[in-house]
Design a protein around this ligand. Structure first.
Ligand code: MRU
Length: 352
């Protein structure tokens, strides 16, 4: 595995600082849930599965610090850790899914001494992390089979190793296809305003020498019309019960363009990204982020003072525009409510 997005070692969670890549390779160390929540909120770590794993480790950090305390004190510490982590970002359901898994372990044995419970919570966080890598590998194999022997694949945002515990979802499919001997090249949308495509996807692909061409977001239609794109693959932050997919802002635009040009639009996401409690995309909370992400980048400002700004971080692609959703369990072709329900019901880890 080329990129280790996070490392949990000796009571510290080390995260690659994704805000400064690719100009610098630095790590941020989190020693408790508050620091982990800050890292998630400020995008040190981002990407739906990655923030789920980070949140689980963040909770484990506070469990370790409170180990040895009487259970009521330990339980109060954990309650506060859950609250602070759950408030870090709203859209990616993996965060809440991971926290609920941790809560399941925590509440299952109310009389277990706190030091033993802390060990169990660290073990669970590690399992969430390990299972994410395994899910991405399985998803990669299912998705790679959908791609032709030679293909140029357009992707939006970063759904790579950096956005997960490793291998990636959308980029995992691309990596697996390359490993299987397919001749795959990538077009990376830069992904304004946070530039996950230009900074992170381009960096991951360059590291691995997978041919990648960077475009600004407004070039995607032209590339499709000129025949340069054979397929689109993106990740997801939350998938509703009817198959609607919330992903990085701009994904909907890409899906509409792909439909116009009869290019298959695929979504690769683990089962932990499904939210069957959301009936459709309208029920998915869309994070609104700070205006300064749009008015400039880092220290440079290009928009006039006083301008009104909108910065929704995600949008929803209706299920009807999606050729298939790829999970670790297989492929949901032309997803709809019934197929999503059947797919999730058949999952060994029924997450709902
Ligand atoms: O705001 P971000 O960078 O956390 O948004 C990330 C995305 O939208 C990804 O495409 C999504 O989480 C899938 S990651 C495997």
């Amino acid at each position: 595995m080329s990129v280790a997005t996070m490392r949990f070692e000796d009571g510290v969670l080390h995260l690659i600082d994704q805000r400064v890549l690719p100009l610098a390779f630095e790590t941020v160390s989190c020693r408790n849930a508050v620091e982990t929540a800050d890292a998630i909120r400020s995008m040190v770590v981002r990407g739906a599965p990655a923030i789920g794993c980070a949140a689980a480790f963040g909770l484990a950090l506070d469990a370790q610090s409170a180990a040895g305390q009487m259970r009521p004190i330990f339980d109060t510490t954990l309650d506060q850790a859950f609250a602070v982590l759950a408030a870090s970002r709203p859209t990616a359901v993996n965060l809440f899914w991971a926290l609920e898994r941790m809560r399941g372990v925590w509440t299952s044995q109310s009389t277990l001494p706190s030091d033993e419970m802390a060990v169990a919570l660290v073990r669970e966080a590690q399992a969430i992390y390990d299972e994410d890598i395994a899910a991405n590998r399985a998803m990669g194999a299912h998705g790679a089979a959908l791609l032709p022997q030679e293909a140029c694949v357009l992707t939006h945002c970063n759904a790579g190793a950096l956005a997960t515990a490793g291998h990636g979802t959308a980029l995992g499919v691309i990596r697996s296809a390359v490993e299987a001997g397919k001749n795959i090249s990538v077009i990376a949308d830069e992904t304004r305003p946070f530039l996950q495509g230009a900074r992170l996807t381009a960096w991951e692909m360059v590291q691995e020498q997978i041919p990648v061409t960077l475009i600004s977001d407004n070039m995607a239609g032209h590339m499709m019309k000129s025949g340069a794109v054979d397929a689109v693959i993106v990740g997801a932050d939350r998938i509703a019960a009817n198959g609607d997919v919330a992903n990085k802002i701009g994904t909907y635009m890409v899906a509409v363009l792909a439909a116009r040009h009869q290019i298959p639009f695929y979504v690769a996401a683990p089962l932990s990204t499904f939210d069957l409690n959301a009936a459709d995309g309208d029920a998915i909370p869309i994070e609104e982020r700070a205006a300064d992400e749009v008015t400039g980048f880092r220290d440079v400002r290009w928009a006039p003072e006083g301008v009104r700004v909108a910065n929704p971080a995600f949008d929803v692609t209706p299920a009807e525009l999606i050729a298939a959703i790829i999970t670790e369990q297989g492929v949901i072709a032309r997803p709809d409510r019934n197929k999503v329900a059947a797919h999730c019901r058949a999952a060994p880890m029924n997450n709902q």
